[in-house]
Design a protein around this ligand. Structure first.
Ligand code: ADP
Ligand code: MG
Length: 239
């Protein structure tokens, strides 16, 4: 369990500022849901934390290690951070088991770890030999989570992991994912445009608008006391 902390993070693409002065702390072993409209900078935020993009300004720290700072950039594969994309991004030509093995460093391809993460993500062991196209969308997302958890990362980043699922499956998949995250005690950041999803993720929430983090705290506090009418309207809250 490790605390993730961002301080004064900024990112522009060309001349277009996408994130400005983002500071955010996710205490070790807790969950944070960042909610914002489409285009507000959510995926960019996760890509900066993962090390897929360089920040223009600011610092990203994981526990005692500085990942991103002026003059310092730790490569993505050395960060100890797992990332789950919106569509899961499983390898289509590999079975579930092979996908999960791929998540493990070569020297630690422990078969027991594959079983362990399948159990953690509530995946039936009978699915091990199937290919991604033979799974439901919810099963695919649980395999993607299991693959990200396999190397025991300090942090998991989830980019709208449930948005492609239909309503019934979404609820069930969300609960399985929350259970797996809780059992592994990993520090987690989820981003979503869906305020219900943010509110039910079971951690702190932060609201991002126009590339700025405008409010954060426990869901009830943010929902009951939105800082602006725009945020209230976005959250569907009364003001
Ligand atoms: P969200 O995930 O909240 O929908 P994104 O972080 O994907 O938002 O994008 C925020 C803004 O940054 C959008 O206007 C998007 O077009 C722009 N953007 C994202 N990635 C790039 C990129 N690699 N090059 C140029 N513009 C980008
Ligand atoms: Mg996005």
């Amino acid at each position: 369990m490790t605390t993730l902390a961002l301080s004064g993070v900024a990112k522009s693409f060309g001349r277009v500022p996408v994130l400005r002065d983002v500071s955010l702390t996710v205490p070790a072993g807790t969950r944070m849901a960042v909610v914002g409209a489409s285009g507000s900078g959510k995926s960019t935020l996760l890509r900066l934390i993962a090390g897929f993009e360089h920040a223009d300004e600011g610092e990203i720290r994981l526990g005692d290690s500085m990942l991103t700072a002026p003059g310092r950039f730790v490569a993505a594969h050395r960060r100890g951070i797992g990332y789950v994309a919106q569509d899961g991004a499983l390898f289509p030509h590999l079975t579930v088991e092979q996908n999960l093995r791929f998540g493990l460093p070569r020297r630690r391809r422990d078969p027991a770890r594959v079983q362990e993460v399948m159990e953690l993500a509530s995946l039936d062991p009978a699915l091990a030999g199937r290919y991604p196209h033979q799974l439901s969308g919810g099963q695919q997302q649980r395999v993607a989570l299991a693959r990200a958890l396999a190397p025991r990362p300090a942090v998991i980043l989830l980019d709208e992991p449930f948005s492609a699922l239909d309503t019934g499956l979404r609820e069930q998949t969300r609960q399985a994912v929350i259970d797996a995250l809780e059992a592994s005690g990993v520090t987690t950041v989820l981003v979503t445009h869906d305020h219900d999803e943010a509110l039910s993720f079971g951690g702190q929430i932060a609201v991002i608008a126009g590339g700025r983090l405008v409010q954060s705290g426990p869901p009830a506090a943010v929902f009951d006391n939105p800082v602006s009418t725009e945020i209230a309207a976005f959250l569907g809250a009364a003001i």
